[in-house]
Design a binder for this molecule. Structure first.
Ligand SMILES: Cc1cc2nc3c(=O)[nH]c(=O)nc-3n(C[C@H](O)[C@H](O)[C@H](O)COP(=O)(O)OP(=O)(O)OC[C@H]3O[C@@H](n4cnc5c(N)ncnc54)[C@H](O)[C@@H]3O)c2cc1C
Length: 454
């Protein structure tokens, strides 16, 4: 690969090309387990669109695979190295280029961290709603790559609803502009939407036009305790069918509650089977919360505790955000991401409990309950091969259950390497073949993130 590295060094600034194996190995994977990690040839940090185009042109000429990367917080292996690849880190392209309160848009480079954009928008009385729990570290490029969701998506929707237009470098180095920066626009096929969630397999996002919204008011949160997931699932359905639009509706099971308490001494109720957090951010938030409290009680909640103020609300949200890191302290984890119709949430959670029993494993579940999006977290000892095999099988059964219930194998984390076989099952042969043809139209030589998704 000497030729490749020399070519890249000749066209990129000092310090933008790394070949030290310790450094490249440190960038070789995201945060997913059970995914193959290849050996990269080189790691590059372009700072301009022209530099990204140069990298892609070089890669195409030399037929070298390219793996785009953001902060590598992904949970599906999408940013993992493939053998001999160029790791293309977009983290140095991290400028917010424009914030426009009239058109209510932000124009950003892909390496901007989600929380930085959110704070910059907030300073203008605006908001960028998609808020993955990893928002303090994940990048907008990665969010677009995965089509990320988050805690407030039950009211405000996921990343795809906020991406108006993109600048994308194609595999051969051409620059593609898609979409618009206007409030409306329907010209041609919606390539913007196609690129969101394409996991770096169709093009490299180098600039994005994002929609902003007026900043919502502060959230007021309520915690409701249930002694069965059926009752909690019923409460979720009652809240939604009563026409409420909560800004957050999250569910933590008993394992998750205990793990968060052990990590952060939050004092969450450990006797509960399911802890439901519901929030409203409108000016009528207190009234709405009182109505939801009554619905939860009628659905069988054993306790309903509304937060008194913003500080108490923030503490409950913090508990939810700590769920994954807290569960990770219990052992090696595999985080699933199955979304089902809300009406099937209880069936999904009961099914996961049954799978956990049958496989003799601990599976903690945290859910974006209002979206029916569950994250069953399988916990196991990776050094115990037999247990690791059971963990893998239970993970697969959880996806099968999700499909059986009319759901999808991924609500927001993407397919990456982890769920390729499952995508084929979900799409069926016609859908899969069409998606392969789309990939070939964008990237006929298979340069971009080969082996991922399809
Ligand atoms: C503690 C924790 C909590 C999380 N919570 C959530 C959550 O609530 N909701 C959620 O949706 N996810 C969540 N995630 C998963 C993860 O943070 C998201 O998938 C996030 O969008 C990944 O962003 P990233 O910058 O880390 O991207 P990476 O992991 O680096 O990349 C993700 C994918 O996007 C591609 N990509 C990256 N940049 C570009 C680009 N510029 N152009 C084209 N393709 C690109 C990569 O090739 C890869 O396929 C969580 C992860 C952790 C560790």
């Amino acid at each position: 690969m000497g030729g490749l590295v020399e070519r890249l060094r000749a066209g990129l600034p000092e310090g933008a090309v790394a070949v030290d194996p310790d450094v490249t190995a440190a960038y070789a994977r995201d945060m997913a387990g059970f995914c193959a990690v290849g050996e990269p040839a080189v790691l590059v940090f372009p700072e301009t669109v022209e530099q990204v185009r140069f990298v892609l042109r070089t890669a195409t000429e030399l037929r070298v695979p390219v793996v785009p990367q953001g902060a590598r917080t992904g949970l599906s292996g999408g940013a993992n190295a493939v053998d001999g690849c160029i790791l293309l880190s977009l983290t140095r392209m991290n400028r917010i280029l424009r914030l426009d309160p009239v058109d209510r848009i932000a124009v950003v480079q892909p390496g901007v961290v989600n929380a930085e954009l959110s704070r910059a928008a907030e300073a203008l009385g605006l908001s960028y709603p998609p808020d993955p729990s990893s928002w303090e570290s994940c990048t907008i490029g990665g969010n677009i790559g995965t089509g990320a969701g988050g805690l407030c998506c039950v009211k405000y929707g996921v990343t795809s609803e906020y991406v108006l237009g993109l600048e994308v470098v194609l595999a051969d180095g051409q620059l593609l502009r898609t979409g618009r920066s206007t409030a409306k626009g329907v010209a041609g096929y919606d390539l913007t939407r196609l690129l969101v969630g394409s996991e770096g397999t169709l093009g490299v996002v180098v600039e994005a036009v994002l929609a902003l919204r007026p900043a919502p008011g502060p959230q007021l949160v309520l915690a409701a305790e249930f002694d069965s997931v059926d009752a909690a699932g019923h409460a979720v359905c009652e809240v939604m069918s009563a026409g409420h639009a909560p800004s957050l509706m999250e569910l933590m099971d008993a394992t998750t509650v205990r793990a968060v308490n052990a990590m952060a001494r939050m004092g969450l109720p450990e006797s509960t089977r399911a802890l439901l957090l519901v929030a409203f951010d409108g000016s009528d938030r207190r009234e709405r919360l009182a109505e939801v409290a009554a619905l939860c009680t009628a659905a069988g909640a054993t306790a309903v505790v509304p937060a008194e103020d913003r500080a108490e609300s923030e503490l409950l949200l913090q508990a939810r955000r700590l769920s994954l890191p807290a569960l990770e302290r219990l052992g090696t984890t595999m985080i699933d991401d199955v979304a089902v119709p809300r009406s099937s949430l209880a069936a999904m959670l009961n099914g996961v409990a049954e799978i956990a029993d049958r496989y003799r494993l601990t599976i903690g579940v945290v859910s974006h309950a209002g979206d029916g999006n569950t994250h069953p977290v399988v916990i196991f000892d990776a050094k115990d091969e037999e247990q690791a095999a059971r963990a893998r099988s239970s993970f697969d059964e959880i996806m099968a259950l999700g499909l059986e219930l009319g759901g999808t194998v991924t609500g927001e984390h993407g397919i990456g390497l982890l769920k390729r076989e499952w995508l084929a099952r979900e799409l069926g042969p016609v859908g899969l073949e069409l998606q392969r043809r789309i990939k070939a139209a964008f990237d006929p030589l298979g340069i971009l993130n080969p082996g991922k998704v399809l």
